[in-house]
Write a protein that binds this ligand. Structure first.
Ligand SMILES: [Zn+2]
Ligand SMILES: [Zn+2]
Ligand SMILES: [Zn+2]
Ligand SMILES: [Zn+2]
Ligand SMILES: [Zn+2]
Ligand SMILES: [Zn+2]
Ligand SMILES: [Zn+2]
Length: 1631
């Protein structure tokens, strides 16, 4: 069936491709009725091309459509081959000076805080980079899609409207020139024809609603195939849709995900194809399944022809958009066609039709035609205006459609308002000609019909639908804001009239808010239900800016101001029917004054916090004085109508309400009131609430008798009684001793006095005091900073307007100056000097700093302490910076202050330590006396001894190992420096008991964390082998995956740990049953948190005494040299092989070979060594070994597996290598700079790895040793080993040395273990030298060569020549040894450093002081410590007897030959340290990179959460269904999947749109981490909310890199998750 269809499709395709576009076009050119011809063509071909099967085939469809459908149209339009026609058009075109680039989702956009007319004016990246705003205070955001670049729009920018690219075109542009003059007349006619037909066709088919008929087209070849079309809605979740589809159309989950993704993206997708019934059946299942709770999913069965034509209709719209890109003339023609009214009059143009049908179209179709509108109508200045008028006329209807539509606003045509209304000239035109302000406000009011009896808005008891509508209707306020954003510079009478008309409408709106949500004090009982308050405040907040802008407009024109003021006053009077609201008048008298007022108590009657009309009047009133209108035209103002008591009445009530709430009188009214009071004062509202109430009181008082005002105020505060009654206080205290009431009254009096202070003292509003906006802001900043120190972003948020730069913060400034100091700059900013200088005569006051210091401890300044401390701290930092840069002298006067404070700190620290020591001693004493009670006297001596030792150990210098001062220190071999290992006594963190570490005592363990690691990997693409079969014996030098062991260094008894772990496990099981939550650690995988520091751990390492001492039994006289030793060991190996074979054979009864076998002298393979360790230590050796094996190979634990010891040696080697790299990268000396925990960890790890063979199978370890040795010293038995190019020599060394005792323990010939170690080390070192020489790319031209011809150079050249000989001259010719020696030294350094660490930890020989610092001759000192000659090649000369043979063997390996022939790659040395990828300095580069990134799986779609791997630089499509893959049986997101290949489970990412670093480990662990990008104020911007320019902070990035190199990512996640439990709940694997 499918094959048939395929064949049929192919046959049709073939016939279609035979069509000639030119011929068809010619036919059309001659046609009388072009529309009929074209329609016939479309009716015939469209269904043949589109919708031939169940799944769309976009590439095939596009290709055919271009050939058969669009091709002829292009030929017709051009009148010639479009391949020539279009370029001609493009050349003749005078390109627009507007950019107009339409933004993709996630594309970076830039605005300029200095020059943009309003924040909606944005530039695309390209224009921005070529504009002057690059140097200004710009702001970047990522676009949500839609919207276009405003470059070239002179109305959008105060300065620099053009970028360099668009500037070029401006000189020649005559604005009014008709672009049609550039087109030939016949082409104009043809364009009209074809545009009219195709545009109409597209609009008709897209807005078509019938199911079995086509608009003006015949149904040709009426095959009865249908689609079941599923539409997008915002109600159902992805999961619901996926689940329903699986049921309804029997598809797999994967297919269902695919359908759902497309539906969400495009707005619709066919989910079934077939006959009507078949599709209808699926439809009813879907509807049935989704109709239970909410409205069902929208599904429609559609004829395939209709779907086909709709697909092509969309294609046509896109085509039109691209064709008009060639020529402004064509664009204008299309605009004309689109706006031409049809026969039905109003609203019959194609553009109107589309707009009005918008809410019925699916998402994909909307996107296409919105884009067309933007690239046509909005890009043509003349038609933009005409379109704006159409848009405004349809405004009400479009908004109503949008209210009902469930798509987000970005997918609605209503959203175009931002493109139109923000253009100042258009906005002005629409206000005057289309009365837009009034329209918007009226439309808004129409959608908020729910009112109370007084006609005020009522939000209580909103239904879900009303609430939804309320959310949507708020976007209209935004439109109003756009219209008002740019203020008029000139007023026409029309504008005045229309603005005032809008103002009337606005007052109507405010009137509905005046007094809304009234409240009454609750007495007796607490309220039962918190009343709804948020909606009213949402409205207030949204309107705040609009109210301010209305006032700004009024302030610009005297006539308008006067009229507005009158109107506002009238409305206020209407609101309060005079002012009494029906209350009783009363007379108050006091001290000979009397005043008439009304009887009203805030605490008893209704009061409302919403008084927008009063506050608007207050704002306008202040403007009267600011603009001096009040003095110039007093006669025009209704001053006589003003009644000051009426003006102040309601604002005063509101302030009294706040006072009473503070006094605790409204406690029973619940949180809703507390919240309202909070917002009343909050920065989001206060400007048009609290601030204006104060202004209104100031206004009122200025017109009243102050005594009258005070009396009214006392009365409203309900304090009149107290103040007017003589001896009130006395009487009160005797009669009524209710403390609460006294406290209440005290607070009320305080509040009242405070209010009076504000009324008199607050003169920072322009119009009240002689101040300007800057003064206002300055005052605000001072106030904010008096509360506490704030970061810039915090401060900006706390200010009413995001306008001005922070003025203060001088210290911060200076610090930055100093930090950015380069050599030639001299810092002239010397704030620190100024504040540390004492005052000048005559006052001679102490310096500011000195005063601050005294204030630091003043008790009455407790609240400011932090601030003062911060200043002093910052001062200190700056001082240090200055000292280090010493570019300008620092005032010495007050320098000692800070030293004192650091001295104090030291003192405190010492005191703390002493206290700890004291406690510890006390505890020991207590333990001692406890023991004394239990033990008898004969142990007394022992007690004495222990106590003394404890004393020395508590004094903290048990680190003081025997100092061997002058002797040369040697780490290994027979010459090894003998050191007496100090007794090691440690304390268990769990039971607090101390114990000595000994072979036969109870095991002590360190908490440890083992993880797989790719930090050192040189090959991240390596395919991970099957862990069950993988043989890890040889580590490849690409170090693609290693096993790292880390520890927090905390010590426990093995037994105590086991008990602790069992308890954790039991607790976790209970918790999981109860709560079903994850923890930050995975108990089932053996994870736990260190009981002391909560560091993530997954096993423990036993502490051991130096293991080598146990087996080194002989003296060192007459030791064999390397050649002899190799011979002996080879014989032993051979003997073992024979024995092994014998073992196998002995089952069949033969034992003849045993006789042939000549055992080497002193070799006793039957000897069984007694394990020296205690049971408990043995158990821990197995535990840790098994854990290393389990984690390292990702397999199930199996302590019998012969690979266990290999993994232990590997982890030891790998961990040492990582630490060596960190030290090298940080330029630290090899010894003496590791933190204790790492030092302890390496000691334990090395000793453990050296002891592990005692608990594994002896023959297995012997077998490993034989194979390892065979890689360098070949024997007949071990073939097929990796060549020396494919072995990491340090891993080989560690494995050889640590497996060697397994053979050596049976050797009684008198050879010492140390001799073996030394020979093994020399042998591997030589192999490494050969490895380096073979792979080094000696670039002789690079450096200046010195002709020294030293002994080393000559020797290495000789060796190299020998190598050339061995390899058959395949090596590059080298003439001098200078480069060779240098390369060799550099290449072998890491190996030598690792070896030094290894033997140091193995044998405990202290490092010579020379390598504890970064001095000269490190190489020589290392060699000496490692018992190597300084001239490494001497090793070869000394042992040439055997080495020549070995080298020849190594070089003859096939792989080596292939390498030398250039047929394969090999690692060269020294391997460079891995770093995280380089990040650009400017964050916008990343945003741009991410916006160009499309999802690799869904064919060119933009990824929603592009995420950058910081380890390898891969960009990923994170957090989305499209890129989920299956990993170990679970669906995981792109990031998690990537960590498994790139970071063996651990990953570091940058989420580009969020500007956030993401750490992932395994599937369940993750956390967010601050990004390494900072704005100029030193703050990060997670989520890119502020949009300040961000630049890379190298220190922060280094910190992240260090976390990675130190393998601390998992630990960091653990800490983050412990600190913030919500992180545990996130499904990290879906990212
Ligand atoms: Zn642009
Ligand atoms: Zn531009
Ligand atoms: Zn600018
Ligand atoms: Zn213990
Ligand atoms: Zn710990
Ligand atoms: Zn990666
Ligand atoms: Zn994707």
């Amino acid at each position: 069936m499918a094959a048939d269809l395929e064949a049929e499709v192919q046959a049709i395709d073939k016939s279609l491709l035979e069509c000639s576009a030119e011929e068809i076009a010619v036919k059309w050119l001659q046609a009388n009725d072009l529309q009929k011809e074209v329609y016939q063509h479309l009716a015939y071909y469209v269904p043949k091309i589109y919708c031939r099967g169940p799944n769309p085939a976009p590439q095939r469809e596009d290709m055919l459509a271009q050939h058969v459908l669009l091709g002829p149209m292009e030929w017709y339009l051009c009148g010639e081959d479009p391949a020539f026609g279009f370029p001609k058009l493009e050349q003749a075109n005078k390109p627009s000076h507007l950019c107009g680039r339409v933004f993709k989702v996630g594309e970076p956009t830039y605005s300029c805080r200095d020059c943009a007319v309003d924040p909606t004016c944005v530039l695309c990246m390209e224009c921005f980079l070529g504009s002057i705003h690059r140097e200004h205070r710009y702001r970047m955001t990522t676009s949500g899609g839609g919207g276009f670049c405003d470059c070239g729009d002179t109305e959008a920018w105060k300065e620099g409207p053009y970028c360099q690219k668009h500037e070029l075109n401006t000189s020649e542009t005559a604005e009014e020139e008709d672009p049609l003059v550039h087109l030939p007349e016949d082409m104009v006619a043809r364009a009209y024809n074809i545009f009219a037909i195709t545009f109409k066709y597209a609009v008709d088919i897209l807005t078509w609603e019938k199911e079995n008929e086509l608009p003006g087209l015949e149904m040709i070849g009426k095959s009865d195939t249908y689609y079941c079309m599923l539409f997008n809605d915002e109600v159902h979740t992805y999961e619901q849709v996926i689940y329903t589809l699986q049921k309804a159309v029997n598809c797999t989950q994967k297919e269902a995900i695919g359908f759902a993704t497309t539906v969400d993206r495009d707005g619709r997708r066919s989910v079934r194809y077939g006959d009507f019934q078949y599709c209808d059946q699926a439809k009813s299942v879907i509807v049935r399944n989704t109709s239970r709770q909410t409205k069902p999913l929208k599904v429609q069965v559609m004829h395939s022809s209709i779907v086909a034509h709709q697909s092509f209709g969309l294609k046509l719209l896109t085509w039109l958009g691209s064709v008009i890109g060639y020529s402004d003339g064509l664009r204008r023609i299309l605009c004309q066609v689109g706006l031409q009214e049809g026969p039905d009059g109003e609203n019959s143009s194609l553009v109107d039709k589309l707009m009005l049908y918008d809410s019925k179209l699916w998402k994909g179709a909307r996107n296409v035609y919105h884009q067309l509108f933007m690239s046509s109508l909005l890009m043509d200045l003349k038609y933009k205006k005409l379109f704006a008028i159409r848009f405004a006329r349809n405004y009400e209807r479009l908004q109503s459609d949008f209210m009902k539509d469930d798509h987000d606003r970005e997918f609605s045509i209503a959203d175009l308002s931002i493109q139109i209304f923000t253009v100042p000239s258009l906005a002005r035109m629409l206000i005057t000609e289309e009365n837009l302000m009034t329209t918007i406000i009226k439309t808004f009011m129409d959608h908020l019909r729910h009112r109370d009896i007084q006609g005020r808005f009522q939000f209580e008891r909103y239904t879900a639908l009303q609430a939804f509508k309320f959310r949507r209707v708020q976007s209209l306020i935004l439109d109003l804001k756009y219209v008002l954003i740019s203020k008029p510079t000139e007023w026409s009478d029309d504008l005045r009239r229309k603005f005032l008309e809008g103002f009337d409408a606005f007052l109507e709106l405010l009137k509905c808010m005046q007094g809304m949500d009234p409240i009454t004090r609750q007495v007796g009982q607490h309220i039962e239900m918190e009343p709804e308050w948020e909606a009213a405040f949402t409205l207030q907040m949204k309107l705040t800016l609009v109210i301010s802008m209305m006032q700004d407009w009024c302030a610009l024109d005297e006539k308008v101001l006067i009229e507005a003021y009158k109107k506002c006053l009238t409305v206020l009077m209407q609101c309060h029917s005079g002012f009494t609201d029906g209350e009783q008048p009363i007379v108050l008298s006091m001290c000979g004054h009397s005043v008439e007022t009304i009887r009203y108590c805030v605490s008893q009657e209704k009061v409302s916090i919403h008084l927008p009309v009063s506050r608007l009047l207050a704002g306008l009133h202040v403007l009267l004085s600011k603009t001096e209108v009040a003095y110039k035209f007093p006669e025009l103002l209704p001053l006589s109508e003003l009644s000051p008591p009426m003006l102040i009445e309601h604002p005063l009530r509101c302030l009294v309400l706040c006072a009473q709430v503070h006094a605790g009188m409204w406690r029973r009214n619940g949180f809703s009131l507390v919240n309202q009071i909070y917002y009343y004062h909050n920065v989001k509202c206060r400007r048009e609430m609290f601030d204006k109430d104060i202004v209104m009181l100031q206004t009122g008082v200025s017109m009243m008798d102050p005594n009258h005002f005070l009396m009214i105020m006392l009365s409203r505060f309900e304090l009149y009684q107290i103040f007017s009654t003589p001896d009130y206080g006395k009487r009160f205290s005797t009669e009524n001793t209710n403390k609460d009431v006294v406290q209440q009254n005290n607070t009320l009096i305080e509040e009242m006095l405070y209010l009076i202070i504000m009324i008199v003292g607050e003169r920072f509003s322009p119009g009240i005091g002689q101040v300007n906006a800057t003064d206002e802001i300055k005052r605000e900043i001072i106030h904010q900073l008096s509360i506490r120190p704030m970061a810039h972003s915090e401060l900006v948020k706390a200010l009413p307007e995001d306008v001005l730069h922070l003025i203060g913060m001088a210290l911060q400034e200076e610090k930055q100056h100093l930090e950015n100091l380069s050599e030639e700059n001299v810092v002239t900013f010397t704030f620190t000097q100024k504040i540390s200088k004492p005052g000048e005569a005559p006052s001679n006051s102490p310096s500011i700093l000195a005063m601050l210091e005294t204030l630091q401890n003043a008790p009455h300044l407790e609240v400011h302490k932090d601030m003062i401390r911060w200043i002093l701290k910052t001062f200190n930092t700056i001082k240090k910076l200055r000292e280090s840069s010493s570019s300008s002298p620092v005032a010495e006067t007050e320098g000692n202050i800070m030293e004192e404070s650091t001295r104090d700190k030291d003192k405190a620290e010492r005191k703390r330590k002493a206290e700890i020591a004291r406690l510890r001693r006390e505890k020991i004493m207590a333990q001692m006396s406890e023991m004394q009670r239990h033990f008898i006297n004969e142990n007394k001596e022992l007690f004495q001894q222990t106590l003394e030792e404890l004393d020395t150990s508590t004094s903290g210098d048990h680190e003081n190992s025997p100092v061997i001062s002058d002797a040369k220190l040697t780490a290994l071999g027979p010459e090894q420096t003998r050191v007496a290992e100090p007794r090691q006594v440690v304390m268990c963190i769990l039971c607090q008991e101390e114990q000595e570490v000994k072979v036969d005592s109870r095991a002590m363990v360190l908490a440890a964390f083992i993880q797989r690691s790719t930090v050192l990997s040189k090959n991240r693409n390596k395919i991970t082998p099957d862990p069950e079969k993988y043989d890890p014996l040889f580590m490849h030098p690409d170090l693609s995956c290693g096993t790292h062991t880390g520890s927090c260094g905390h010590i426990m008894h093995a037994q105590c740990w086991q008990r602790y772990f069992d308890a954790v496990q039991a607790k976790e099981q209970r918790r999981q049953q109860r709560l079903r939550v994850h923890t930050s650690y995975d108990v089932e995988n053996g994870e736990f948190l260190c009981p002391l520091c909560e560091c993530l751990s997954n096993t423990v390492i036993p502490l051991l005494p130096p293991p080598r001492v146990l087996f080194n039994r002989l003296d060192f006289s007459g030791q064999p040299n390397l050649t002899q030793w190799i011979k002996t060991v080879s014989q032993q190996v051979k003997a073992l092989h024979l024995l092994r074979n014998e073992d196998c054979a002995s089952h069949s009864g033969h034992s003849e070979k045993m006789d042939q076998l000549q055992l080497p002298e002193g070799f006793r393979p039957d000897f069984k060594l007694k394990n020296p360790y205690s049971e408990s230590i043995k158990e821990m050796l197995t535990t840790f070994g098994t854990a290393t094996y389990k984690v390292g190979l990702k397999v199930h634990p199996n302590e019998e597996d012969p690979r266990v010891p290999i993994m232990c040696w590997g982890s030891c080697a790998y961990t040492i290598q990582t630490i060596e790299r960190i030290l090298a990268d940080e330029d630290k000396p090899l010894f003496g700079h590791l933190p204790c925990r790492q030092d302890d960890c390496l000691t334990s790890l090395t000793r453990f790895a050296a002891a592990h063979w005692t608990v594994s199978s002896l023959s297995a370890v012997q077998g490993h040793f034989c194979t390892l040795l065979a890689s360098l010293v070949p024997n007949e038995k071990n073939g097929n080993l990796p060549c020396i190019l494919d072995i990491d020599m340090f891993h080989l060394l560690v494995s050889l040395v640590l497996s060697f005792p397994a053979i050596h323990c049976q050797d009684f010939s008198g050879v010492s273990l140390g001799t073996g170690d030394l020979h093994l080390f020399h042998l591997v070192t030589m192999a490494h030298i050969i490895q380096i020489l073979l792979t080094s790319s000696t670039e002789e031209n690079g450096m200046d060569q010195e002709n020294t011809n030293s002994e080393e150079e000559v020797a290495v050249l000789t060796l190299y020549k020998f190598l050339c000989q061995c390899t058959g001259s395949a090596l590059k010719e080298v003439s001098s040894g200078w480069h060779l020696w240098r390369n060799l030294k550099a290449g072998i350094m890491p190996f030598l450093r690792c070896s030094a660490l290894f033997f140091h930890y193995l044998n405990g020989v202290p490092a010579p002081s020379e390598i504890q610092v970064n001095g000269a001759n490190q190489f020589e000192h290392l060699c000496s410590y490692l018992s190597l000659p300084n001239n490494l090649t001497c090793l070869f000369q000394e042992n040439s007897e055997i080495l020549n043979t070995l080298i020849e063997g190594w070089c003859s390996n096939n792989e080596v030959k292939r390498y030398l022939e250039g047929k394969r790659h090999a690692i060269s040395y020294a391997r460079e340290s891995n770093k995280l990828i380089d990040l650009p300095d400017d964050y916008s580069c990343l945003i741009n990179q991410a916006s160009n990134f499309s999802c690799p799986k869904s064919g060119g779609d933009k990824s929603r959460a592009p995420t950058l791997c910081l380890v390898c630089g891969t960009m990923l499509c994170s957090q989305s269904y499209c890129c989920q893959t299956e990993l170990e049986g679970e669906d995981v997101g792109a990031c998690t999947a990537h960590t498994y290949t790139c970071g063996s489970g651990v990953g570091i990412f940058l989420r580009v749109r969020e500007c956030q670093v993401l750490f992932l480990a395994g599937k369940t662990k993750g956390c967010f981490y601050p990004p390494p990008y900072l704005d100029d104020y030193g703050e990060t911007d997670q989520g890119l909310r502020r949009g300040n320019p961000l630049h890379l902070c190298k220190e922060r990035f280094k910190k992240i890199q260090k976390l990675w190199q130190q393998h601390s990512i998992t630990e960091e996640i653990g800490h983050a998750q412990e600190a913030n439990q919500t992180l545990v709940g996130i499904d990290w694997q879906h990212l």
